[in-house]
Design a protein. Structure first.
Length: 193
């Protein structure tokens, strides 16, 4: 079982990253191979809208630090995306990555029922940490992106959310969220609880 984890927050000891690390540590104990990337540490650009991935290539034409990440996602079984909620949405770093996944779509994705170049059956976890303690706020983030995840062939998609987590590292005191990350890892990696 291969897992790729992308940390989208620019902050050190970001709460979303700590939740993702707990998920990945649990998965590793179950035998999973984990690769993690901190997007803020990488040098990359967003999608340039060049359409080379639809006319000349079967992958993104840009050559930068995200090239390795996109290739790792092609090969992974589980993709873990972790982000703080900034301005009612995911971080700019994670959004730029998601824009680059446009290259995963086949050229005729609008009419083709098989929209993705990725192998079907991958799993995905979107981890969000927000300062706002209101659980009813920002509920549309996962719904919005899940449409694309499913188009890419992800069959098991889920989210883990933490609330009231402004200070770096504070989520470690939210035992319920950390236990949810462990439970999700067990369920998705086929381990017993």
């Amino acid at each position: 079982m291969k897992i790729v984890s992308l940390f989208g927050s620019p902050r050190a000891r970001a709460n979303s990253s700590l939740i993702a690390e707990r998920f990945c540590a649990t998965a590793q104990k179950l035998g999973a191979e984990v690769r993690a990337f901190t997007l803020n540490d990488l040098n990359f650009r967003g999608c340039q809208g060049c359409y080379a991935c639809k006319t000349k290539l079967d992958r993104c034409a840009l050559k930068d630090d995200l090239t390795e990440v996109l290739e790792a996602v092609r090969e992974t079984d589980i993709l873990v995306l972790a982000s703080s909620v900034y301005y009612w949405d995911i971080s700019a770093q994670l959004k730029a990555f998601l824009d680059r996944t446009f290259s995963f779509l086949v050229p005729d994705f609008i009419t083709n029922p098989q929209k993705s170049r990725l192998e079907p059956g991958k799993k995905l976890v979107l981890i969000l940490a927000q300062n706002n303690p209101d659980k009813d706020s920002f509920t549309n983030i996962f719904q919005k992106f899940d449409y694309f995840f499913r188009a890419y062939g992800f069959t098991d998609t889920r989210q883990i959310r933490a609330f009231g987590t402004n200070d770096p590292g504070v989520v470690e005191t939210h035992q319920d969220v950390m236990e949810l990350a462990e439970k999700a890892a067990h369920e998705m990696c086929g381990g017993n609880q």
